[in-house]
Design a protein around this ligand. Structure first.
Ligand code: GLN
Length: 388
């Protein structure tokens, strides 16, 4: 084949920072607090539901839009937890939230369209927008608070802007958009006729007691929002790759059409298990308290190791501020050396920014791990940070 046939978006692309850190952790035997996944026993109720489905139910194609029972369970879950009135036809089950994001971008973005992203951003967003022919326009949120600024969003809108991508709660920051911030974002979307792709995979992983508020529920947003959820995040089963989109009207139909030619459908026994799991309040509450305890343990451990930890209201992550900790390394050097010298994998937050004004003093650590792993990791980091 003539060289240069690969699409330019992929021709020189490296592995994502999450994949890279996990591969290095596997190679070196480091404790992996990098990529976000639990390293604890999954809820047995979910595993048993999956086994039962594998044994007793059909393993053939469910409808492309998803197992009807799961689509119904997603509606019931959002009615209970967020007061959203949805119907099963508005839900499309996808192979994880990453497919859902791709489906939303492919459904909404045409050549030359501008799409506004807020950084730090999941590193899939910009390449997906570019592959769809769109132009990502980034707004950098700044630590320690990572607040949204309506004026900055308004200033980024041009006649070619078609959509925004919002990740709330925000990974890696662990922050949650306030109601006035969401109101401002919604007002701008309505005023400029923008679609909103809302990556809300952390909606169920909250530690501040607040209810999740979807941008979809704000005035004028229902018809222009794709709300994306993830069973992987809700149940701590990241390898199951069951996610979904929620949207209204023609947007819902378009998402179903994109999905039918992306993956068509997703592992049906796992869809059964997730459908059952969403109705198990004790499982959801149990995970919540388990993660809250791990979050407190990692915070205490990191502070004991001499690291300043930023406030966190959501997600599986804590961020350490290297500058405030007096650590004489930028985040990329810290992540590289902590892995090789301390045996702890982290994620440098600068990897989730592109362009200028990138903060280089924040590293992200995942806390959904066993107590023993968290204790060993913070002990190792403490000794190593002292030696710098
Ligand atoms: N959401 C994951 C994280 O933040 C990454 C997702 C992935 O690796 N595909 O670690």
């Amino acid at each position: 084949m003539t060289p240069g046939r690969i699409h330019p978006v992929y021709a020189n692309m490296g592995a994502t920072v999450f994949e890279r850190m996990s591969a290095l952790a596997r190679e070196t035997g480091a404790i992996n607090l990098g990529q976000g996944f639990p390293d604890t026993t999954p809820p047995p109720e979910l595993l048993e539901a999956g086994v039962r489905a594998l044994r007793d139910r059909s393993s053939q194609y469910p409808p492309s839009g998803g197992l009807p029972q799961l689509r119904e369970a997603v509606c019931a879950h959002y009615d209970r937890t967020q007061g959203l009135a949805l119907s099963p036809g508005e839900v499309t089950v996808t192979s994880g939230a990453t497919e859902a994001i791709a489906a939303a971008v492919l459904a909404l973005v045409s050549a030359g369209d501008e799409v506004i992203l807020f950084q730090p951003a999941y590193d899939a967003y910009a390449p997906l927008v570019r592959r769809a022919g769109g132009i990502p326009v980034s707004i950098g949120l700044q630590p320690p608070a990572f607040r949204y600024d309506g004026a900055a969003l308004e200033a980024a809108v041009t006649p070619r802007t078609r959509a925004i991508i919002l990740n709330d709660p925000l990974n890696p920051a662990g922050t949650v958009a306030s109601v006035p911030e969401l109101e401002a974002i919604a007002r701008i979307c309505v005023a400029h006729d923008l679609a909103a792709i809302c990556d809300e995979v952390w909606e169920q992983v909250r530690f501040d007691g607040g209810p999740h508020r979807s941008l979809m529920a704000f005035e004028g947003m229902a018809e222009r929002t794709v709300k994306i959820g993830s069973a992987g995040k809700i149940f701590g089963l990241t390898g199951w790759k069951i996610g979904w989109t929620v949207a209204r009207g023609e947007l819902a139909q378009a998402l179903g059409r994109v999905h039918q030619f992306l993956t068509f459908t997703s592992a049906v026994p796992l869809q059964w298990a997730v459908a059952e799991g969403l109705a198990m309040a004790h499982v959801l509450n149990g995970l919540q308290s388990q993660w809250a305890a791990s979050r407190a343990r990692l915070r205490t451990g990191l502070e004991g190791a001499g690291l300043a930890v930023l406030p966190n209201a959501a997600t599986w992550f804590l961020c350490a501020d290297l500058a405030a900790s007096g650590v004489p390394l930028d985040d990329a050097a810290f992540a590289e050396r902590a892995l090789r010298e301390a045996g702890v994998a982290t994620v440098p937050v600068s990897a989730l920014y592109e362009g200028r004004g990138v903060p280089s003093h924040i590293v992200r650590l995942c806390f959904t791990k066993s107590d023993a792993m968290l204790d060993q990791a913070t002990e190792r980091l403490g000794t190593w940070v002292q030696s710098l």
